[in-house]
Design a protein around this ligand. Structure first.
Ligand code: CO8
Length: 258
């Protein structure tokens, strides 16, 4: 993990903390940072000792977008042949639950990175937006799709067409974030949520994540069918026996994460 230059990765029990660390550029997402975040998240995903990953930035910026200076000179052929930013899709395919802890600017690619995470917790200082249009471009890491699914067409369309930002309160009202906490408490709250998730059965948490995410890809009937098959499958885990036995015995469960 010390091979990374643009991120910091720490382990706190079964929770891993991934901190974006390009402070001079407000954590702008250049290719190096993208490759490091994706590589780190995939390595943590393969580690059975990790049950949840928190992604955070600084007090001023979660991330102020894709790196404009890096993109500016690129041609269409560069972008197409290098399939610019396609690697971010791999973060969405990580099976371990992820929590975005957002303070300050989450703009453009920063907002898109936060939306790639499973749980989004905002500090009261958070600012969300897709201001790409002000640069003569459009969102490119899923913003037009995930923002629309999160907050609906009305707000997504206004944000993408005008580039205006939303503060934390508006983002919470719109359903983009699960809750708002005071900025000073952001990391502690996000780590507490992550510890709770990491304490659950790891395969069952993965299945819960998979089931929720399936709702974005399929019809209701197919989604309910998929959920029921996973529900049946959890009865093959030791953790189902432990969880239900602990309830009946009136004691806390001790999941083996299997
Ligand atoms: N890229 C590169 N550098 C950046 C970025 C960025 N997105 N954002 C900030 N920086 C740099 C600034 O250039 C500045 O560097 P320097 O000191 O060398 O001039 C440093 O960070 C500090 O920034 P500011 O001085 O601007 O700080 P302020 O507090 O005055 O303003 C803002 C903060 C409002 C966040 C401002 O920096 C800003 O508007 N940033 C750009 C926000 C933006 O437009 N984001 C969208 C980027 S485009 C995008 O994300 C598209 C993603 C999809 C691409 C699709 C490809 C397929």
């Amino acid at each position: 993990t010390d091979a990374y230059e643009t991120i910091l990765v720490e382990r706190k029990g079964r929770t891993a903390l991934l901190t974006l660390n390009r402070p001079k550029a407000l954590n702008a997402l250049n290719l190096q940072l993208m490759n490091e975040v994706v590589a780190a998240a995939e390595a943590l995903d393969r580690d059975p000792e990790v049950g949840c990953v928190v992604i955070t930035g600084s007090a001023k910026a979660f991330a102020a977008g894709a790196d404009i200076k890096e993109m500016r000179p690129r041609s269409y052929m560069d972008m197409y042949l290098e399939d610019w930013f396609a690697a971010w899709d791999r973060l969405g395919r990580v099976r371990t639950p992820t929590v975005a802890a957002v303070a300050g600017y989450a703009l453009g690619g920063g907002c898109e990175l936060a939306m790639l995470c499973d749980i989004l917790i905002a500090a009261d200082t958070a600012v969300f937006g897709q201001p790409e249009i002000k640069l003569g471009v459009i969102p490119g890491i899923g913003g037009s799709q995930r923002l629309t699914r999160a907050v609906g067409k009305a707000k997504a369309m206004e944000l993408c067409l005008t580039g205006r930002t939303m503060d934390a309160a508006e983002a919470e009202r719109a359903g983009l974030v699960s809750r708002i906490v005071p900025a000073d408490d952001l990391l502690a709250e996000a780590l507490a949520v992550a510890d709770t998730v990491a304490g659950m059965s790891a395969p069952v948490a993965m299945m819960a994540k998979e089931a929720v995410n399936r709702s974005f890809e399929t019809t209701l009937a197919e989604g309910v069918h998929f959920e029921r098959r996973l529900f049946h499958a959890v009865f093959a885990t030791a953790d189902q026996k432990e969880g239900m036995s602990a309830f009946v015995d009136k004691r806390p469960p001790e999941f083996t994460h299997r």
